[in-house]
Design a protein around this ligand. Structure first.
Ligand SMILES: C[S@@+](CC[C@H](N)C(=O)[O-])C[C@H]1O[C@@H](n2cnc3c(N)ncnc32)[C@H](O)[C@@H]1O
Length: 332
């Protein structure tokens, strides 16, 4: 049902860290998710959930809606932990075990950032959905700020913090340098002799596998060394004659997603950040007196700004990227 490369895109350890991080935003996401999926449930007999993990999305639904869902994920050990008596499948979004035009609706929560090839998944979702069926995706993007670095085959995205570290730019500012992959590869080969060997190697390694290079960069606590390295990388890129285009990662992501779904026969019904707020116990927040202390890569965050609450409560705000696409009604 899945191959080893697809499986490498996600691990149980990553998932556990993520689970812990979003405990506090759950009351807010529940409201948003229920509201958005309301019309899907009204119009669809049942809903297939892809990348269900241990059942977060289905756990946010009312009992009535829950029993009309089916969960699927690539990792059997996660599916085994879903605590609801719903039908379950081990399946990859890259090859779903359904006939063409057979599934009434598909939903996912925090999955488009985890799958290896978003376009391939969209193609597969388009294949199995019934004409006029809905695909709804929620992303809170809390733990994988770098996912844009690996999910888009045409481009290399380098975090701006890695190139210009002396400014106050952070990963949460979503600023990345975008370079066409083929152009960068070609220029590197053409100019190998002119580049210092360690920089040539670094750029080649980054093209092949950006995440480990990024982690190594972040893990280096020697600030002076980091700065020197960054300056050399930035200089090398400019010496290759490549124009530095800086982009907003969320805009980049949504533009690509919208392009893929249009190319695969969908109409976009909604593509926006939706915020909500809820109240939770103060003890649930690690650092309750720090404003905005939990930022995420693409916008979800909580604040502790409500002065009207008692000392044991905190108001929390969170933002989800909500994407709803409808397959066109003709099958062709
Ligand atoms: C961030 S987790 C989210 C899980 C769950 N939806 C939630 O909100 O807790 C991403 C999930 O996508 C699954 N996944 C990654 N690649 C997949 C693929 N190609 N096909 C199906 N599921 C995949 C992972 O196993 C993981 O459970």
């Amino acid at each position: 049902m899945y191959n080893s490369t697809e499986r490498q895109g996600y691990s149980s350890a990553t998932f556990q860290a993520y689970e812990k991080a979003r405990e506090t935003t759950r009351p807010v996401t529940e409201q948003i998710v229920r509201q958005i999926l309301k019309s899907t449930f009204e119009k669809s007999e049942w809903v297939l959930e892809i990348g269900s993990g241990i059942g977060e999305l289905v756990g946010l639904l009312s009992e009535r809606d829950r029993i009309r869902t089916m969960q699927s994920d690539i990792l059997p050990e996660l599916v085994a932990k879903i605590p609801f008596k719903t039908p379950k499948l081990i399946a990859s979004t890259h090859s779903l075990p359904f006939r063409n035009n057979s599934v009434p609706a598909i939903a996912s929560y925090s999955v488009l950032n985890a799958i290896i090839n978003i376009e391939e998944a969209i193609n597969e979702i388009g294949r199995v959905l019934k004409p006029a069926g809905f695909f709804t995706s929620f992303l809170d993007l809390q733990t994988i700020p770098e996912f844009v670095m690996t999910r888009f085959p045409d481009d290399i995205l380098i975090p701006a913090t890695m190139l210009i570290p002396k400014t106050n730019i952070t990963v949460t500012d979503r600023l990345y340098m975008q370079v066409n992959r083929d152009t960068l590869k070609m220029e590197l080969d053409l100019h190998e002799e002119e580049l210092e060997p360690d920089i040539f190697k670094f750029l080649n390694d980054y093209i092949a596998n950006p995440i480990p290079e990024w982690h190594a960069y972040q893990g280096n606590s020697d600030e002076a060394a980091r700065l020197a390295h960054s300056q050399r990388i930035a200089q090398a890129i400019s010496s290759l004659g490549i124009e530095a285009v800086f982009i907003d990662a969320l805009e980049y992501f949504t533009t690509h997603l919208e392009k893929y779904v249009r190319n695969h026969g969908f109409n976009i019904k909604q593509s926006e950040m939706i915020s909500g707020s809820g109240v939770i116990d103060r003890t649930e927040i690690k650092n309750p007196d720090k404003q905005n202390s939990y930022h995420t890569a693409m916008g979800a965050h909580w604040k502790t700004t409500d002065q009207n609450l008692g000392p044991d409560k905190i108001r929390l705000e969170s933002t989800l990227f909500v994407f709803v696409a409808q397959k066109s009604s003709s099958t062709q």
